[in-house]
Write a new protein. Structure first.
Length: 290
């Protein structure tokens, strides 16, 4: 199991210097890869993204490329196009805000103004980029694996707490019927106080049986136990399990909510609230699992 949070740095020699690639990841619902590089490496952005997507799965990844003492083919500015765009911006300024300044930096919003200069790149640029990216992703993966081990320990602790609470609810079940019988008799006694009415014992037991059946949480507890087993089995998996864990937690929360709603016993209700709190802590941790 791996975390979706990590950092990795990789470098490779290039010409008289080197190229450095930094890879950062955070949790995200789907795979989202973003690559940033100097303008002179703009032609290789798609190549780097393709390589990264071939190794990555779930999460958001920001990949940054730096040149350290290395030079590649310079870029040239499309002067005529830049002049036309700047003139158009000035005309728009004159129409909307005559006193405003139009900074040259506004042209940076038009990346298509830069084009290769025609000077050949030094050999091995793409190979160096691929090597640096591979090393960065290796380091990132190692960090995510370490974070995943810590996550697994935390998840096992919260899971143990949820199991303990379910065991307490299960232990309370045999006493629920007698507690309901006592409450029902006391309520009837208050309602019939001073009234010459005889309670049909058979009818009372029938109503009690119906109430006990409606309040029975054995099925919910059995399903929770099954979900707990599946959840625990996934914590040692090598493949991405975040979505499966998240689905299991949704099912666990549904069963816990149903159990709390069905049972009128105060002690069970309290344990049910604590169980839902433990499941919520599990859910928060699972959001960072790949």
């Amino acid at each position: 199991m791996r975390s979706m949070t990590g950092f990795g740095l990789g470098e490779a020699p290039l010409g008289d210097g080197r190229v450095a690639v930094e890879a950062r990841s955070v949790n995200h619902r789907v795979l989202d890869v973003r690559v940033n590089a100097p303008p002179e490496l703009g032609a290789h952005l798609g190549y780097l993204e393709q390589l990264a997507r071939g190794r990555l799965r779930r999460g958001r990844y920001d990949i940054g490329v730096r040149l350290v003492g290395a030079t590649v083919a310079p870029v040239a500015l499309e002067l005529e196009r830049a002049r036309a765009i700047f003139a158009a911006l000035c005309r728009l300024r004159d129409e909307l805000a005559p006193d405003a300044a139009v900074p040259l930096a506004a042209l940076a919003a038009f990346p298509d103004l830069l084009r290769p200069s025609g000077v050949a790149e030094p050999e091995g640029v793409r190979e160096a980029l691929g090597a640096a990216l591979g090393r960065a992703l290796d380091a990132l993966d190692a960090m995510r694996a370490r974070e995943g081990e810590a996550l697994a320990r935390a998840l096992r602790e919260h899971l143990a707490e949820a199991r303990r609470l379910c065991a307490q609810i299960e232990a309370r079940r045999p006493a629920l019927v007698e507690a309901m019988r006592t409450r029902l008799r006391e309520r009837l006694g208050r309602l019939l106080e001073g009234v010459d009415v005889t309670v049909d014992a058979g009818r009372l037991e029938l109503e009690l049986a119906v109430l006990a059946d409606r309040s029975d949480v054995s099925e919910e507890l059995a399903r929770l136990g099954s979900h707990f087993e599946q959840f625990a089995g996934l914590l040692g998996a090598d493949e991405p399990v975040g979505r499966t864990l998240d689905f299991l937690l949704q099912e666990m929360m549904r069963e816990a909510s149903t159990a709390v709603a069905k049972c009128p016993d105060a002690a069970v209700a309290q344990r049910g609230v604590e169980l839902k709190s433990a499941l919520e802590r599990l859910r928060e941790q699972v959001q960072n699992v790949e």
